[in-house]
Design a protein around this ligand. Structure first.
Ligand code: NAP
Ligand code: 8YV
Length: 305
């Protein structure tokens, strides 16, 4: 915010008591939007702000922004790729280990004094040592996770719409087929209509009773009620989630499950990485208004047009 204030006149939509009156009062003046994940920029908002030239989003995923509506009006949308990749991959591996080896449950066991009273924590039924990981979304973050898994001697395969020519990992055009062949899935897909409920009851059934599902992509990619049922019935073994269907709400059924490790969307949430993301938002806006060039435009609003 300090860097934005140094270069621009800022109007804080997130502080407005009456958002509609706020937007109406600025309609003829606002030329750029700095948007967070919690700030949907839908078609109605875009149409109410006809002078907007750029929407600079804080985050690599930009599913809350109606990029089609922006493209139709010649508005460029930017995101924050790369600067968060390694942090999010670290979190993905951390969440995988927490889930497979039950680290949060065993820490609770220690803090509750049960190690002293009851003896050692149980041997975990799961290990990474005999697992194969299927990455759903082998893009920037998926690749950073795959590199880490290779160093950990864990075999990797993946599901994307398009096979990559720069990797030796097996590509599965069909997600259900991949789920049947592996025991661990890490979801790193973008949100939005194309990926909604891509991990459904059938995929979970194919993953099987030893199966572990990690999701650090978007909550909308996993059919949450189907996942809850699969965990309750033992259709799969466990899950580790950083993202949820209706954040910050997490269903009570998930909270009650011992075989679910739940994080509050923290994959990129270090000061270091959030600062880099914020800087890229500022740099996109400054570059646009100084030189007419966005630094990291999204695919739907390419630059030059
Ligand atoms: P990216 O480089 O664009 O990678 C996305 C990958 O998903 C690509 O390999 C793409 O391959 C694949 N993909 C896209 N749509 C697909 C579909 N319909 N079916 C199958 N595969 C599909 O993006 P990234 O930088 O790695 O980020 C990925 C996502 O992670 C973001 O969009 C965001 O939602 C999420 N994320 C979450 C956090 C967090 O805090 N939890 C932080 C950062 C990012 P193809 O095009 O070949 O299909
Ligand atoms: C968010 C994320 O940016 O980059 C993404 O797609 O999901 C996160 O890094 C973060 O939650 C801030 O809203």
């Amino acid at each position: 915010m300090a860097a934005l204030e140094a270069s621009f006149t800022i109007h804080r939509g997130y502080e407005a008591a009456d958002p509609d009156a706020f937007v109406a009062s600025l309609a003829g003046r606002v030329r750029g939007i700095a948007a967070g994940l919690q700030t949907p920029v839908d078609r109605a908002l875009i149409e109410h702000l006809p002078k907007v030239e750029i929407i600079a989003s804080f985050g690599v995923g930009y599913d809350p922004i109606d990029v089609k509506a922006a493209a139709e009006r010649g508005i460029v949308v930017t995101n924050t790729p790369d600067v968060l990749t390694e942090e999010v991959a670290d979190t993905g591996i951390g969440l995988l280990l927490m889930t497979v080896r039950e680290f949060s449950a065993s820490e609770r066991y220690l803090r509750e004094g049960r190690w002293v009273k009851e003896g050692p924590y149980r041997l975990t039924p799961a290990t990474l040592r005999n697992r194969t990981v299927g990455i759903v979304g082998l893009g920037r973050i998926g690749m950073a996770i795959a590199r880490r898994l290779e160093a950990m001697l864990v075999p990797v395969v993946y599901h994307n719409r398009n096979p990559r020519s720069d990797v030796k990992y097996r590509h599965y055009p069909d997600l259900k087929q991949m789920a049947a062949d592996v025991d661990t899935i890490i979801v790193v897909l973008p949100g939005g209509a194309a990926t909604r409920n891509a991990v459904d009851a059938e995929v979970l059934k194919a993953l099987g009773p030893n199966g572990i599902l990690i999701n650090i992509g978007r909550g909308s990619v996993v059919d949450e009620p189907a996942l809850i049922e699969a965990l309750q019935k033992g259709t799969i073994l466990a899950t580790g989630l950083d993202v949820f269907a209706k954040e910050p709400q997490v269903p009570a059924e998930l909270l009650a499950l011992p075989n679910a490790v739940l994080l509050p969307h923290v994959a990129s949430a270090s000061l270091y990485t959030r600062d880099a993301m914020g800087q890229l938002v500022v740099d996109n806006l400054k570059s646009w208004f100084a030189d007419g060039k966005p630094i990291t435009p999204v695919a739907e609003t390419p630059w030059p047009r």
